[in-house]
Design a binder for this molecule. Structure first.
Ligand SMILES: *Cc1c(COP(=O)(O)O)cnc(C)c1O
Length: 460
């Protein structure tokens, strides 16, 4: 274990002097100082002041197997000694990339037998855009360009990823979205369903896809993309009626279905993939995060037979990354897949720890500050509201109370994230019953404190 030689204040000053953070208001951060995480073990991270913090977000949704797994470190070190880097361009391959491709496609749905490697989830979604349009060009339908996505979706931060995503704050910077992306409404019942019954709402939101296809022209639409459960948008769990209807519409109009599995892949929902959980058969599945449990950066696009067969006969696909199939990252992912299978972590989420955390999480739904407590597998949300019955917002700008709640949570040594006034968690898949109890206790304390402050500050 390495303890930094510098004090927290010195580390913060260095950070402020030279480091530009992702998704961060730099001025606001530097007036306060960043939180410095120095090491981690199991489900806990440790900061530069020695505090032990329960990581309710598994890093950024990725550390499924938990921190400090020595066998991943060993596998990566061994691979780096053997072959630290080689590319997979120019008719070349290497054992870690081909082994990972074979292993991955063994656990995917039966119609998915190939993978294209990338360095991240964003690159995976950039790959999706080019692959989908290239597929239709190869079919002799190059005018099929439009990809239908959803408002408040998150598909990454590159030009194509952020364009597919439906977050207006991202679109407002840098001239997005790129042409040929169309956004429909999301299946967010709590926030947008009003008095409609959830099942009817789910159907109505799915049918917006059909309306969009008819309006845009069925011969112009290439694909639909969605996260099986929206993550960064606030753990939006669609009503059960939603995905079967999306599948029906994609089938009926022959458009490609893309399930962004970057968060929902690798056991997060209790199934291997969100597609398995909802019983859908996507043509493409972008993956990243849980694939390597975050130990090294790797992503990819799982390619179904329909698209692969066309690509295989279609000449050169002019697309790829220097680090596509990087040997060390593949070695990390291979070991992570071995651990997920050996410890049966998806089944553990489905049968044991998921149901336990869900039950305890729903208890928090009784709290006076909470309008809804929802969870699928090990990803959940709490809707903060001053008005349980009416689901009304607070009197202050959206996100004010969420941020307050997040700061309280950090002070209580629990990492929860806020999206507006929605609190979200996605802990490592290895979390134990006792650690779940600790998570719930800290979350409850956090809600109590936030509730008191909200009343004192006149926010409700
Ligand atoms: C995080 C995320 C991405 C982007 O992945 P990066 O590795 O950050 O580029 C894409 N899609 C979804 C659903 C994500 O949650």
């Amino acid at each position: 274990m390495t303890t930094p030689l510098l004090s927290t204040a010195e580390l913060q000053a260095l950070d402020a002097a030279h480091h530009v953070h992702p998704f961060t208001d730099t001025g606001a951060l530097n007036s306060k100082g960043s939180r410095i995480i120095t090491r981690a073990e199991g489900v806990y991270v440790y900061d530069s002041d020695g505090n032990r913090i329960l990581d309710g977000m598994a890093g950024l949704w990725c550390v499924g197997i938990g921190y400090g797994r020595e066998e991943v470190v060993e596998a990566v070190a061994a691979q780096m000694r053997e072959l630290p880097y080689y590319n997979t361009f120019f008719q070349t391959s290497h054992p870690p990339a081909l082994a990972l491709a074979a292993e991955l496609t063994r656990i995917t749905p039966a119609h998915i037998n190939h993978v294209f490697f990338t360095g991240s989830g964003s690159e995976a979604n950039d790959t999706v855009v080019r692959m989908v349009r290239h597929y239709w060009a190869l079919q002799g339908q190059p005018e099929r360009q439009i990809i239908i996505a959803r408002k408040n979706a998150y598909h990454g931060s590159t030009m194509a990823g952020a364009s597919l995503g439906g977050m207006s704050a991202l679109h407002a910077q840098g001239g997005l979205p790129i042409p040929g992306i169309h956004h429909i409404n999301q299946p967010y019942w709590y926030g947008e369903g009003g008095d409609t019954d959830p099942a009817a709402f789910g159907l109505a939101r799915a049918r917006e896809l059909e309306q969009a296809i008819q309006t845009l022209g069925a011969d112009k639409v290439a694909a639909f993309i969605g996260e099986p459960v929206q993550g960064a948008g606030g753990v939006v769990i669609p009503p059960g009626s939603y995905w079967p209807e999306i599948q029906r519409i994609c089938d009926e109009y022959g458009i490609l279905l893309v399930a962004d599995e970057v968060i929902t892949g690798f056991g997060r929902t209790g199934a291997w993939f969100g597609a398995d959980y909802y019983g859908i058969t996507p043509d493409l599945m972008p993956i990243a995060k849980g694939l390597s449990s975050g130990y090294l950066p790797i992503g990819g696009v799982l390619v179904g037979d329909r698209v692969f067969d066309a690509l295989a006969d279609g000449g050169e696909f002019f697309h790829g990354f220097t680090y596509s199939g990087h040997p060390a990252t593949c070695a990390a992912a291979l070991k992570v897949l071995e651990i997920l299978q050996r410890e049966q972590l998806p089944a553990r989420v489905k049968n044991h720890i998921g149901p336990y955390l869900q039950r305890r999480w729903r208890e928090l739904g009784e709290h006076p500050l909470i309008g809804e407590a929802r969870m699928v597998g090990l990803m959940g949300a709490l809707e903060l509201t001053p008005d349980k019955a009416g689901r009304a917002p607070f009197k202050v700008p959206k996100g004010t109370v969420g941020l307050l709640c997040r700061e309280n949570s950090f002070s209580n040594h629990l990492i929860m994230r806020h999206v507006g006034d929605t609190m979200i968690i996605a802990p490592p898949l290895v979390i134990t019953d006792a650690e779940v109890d600790e998570l719930i206790e800290k979350a409850r304390l956090t809600l109590d404190q936030t509730y008191t402050q909200v009343k004192q500050l006149g926010y409700c």
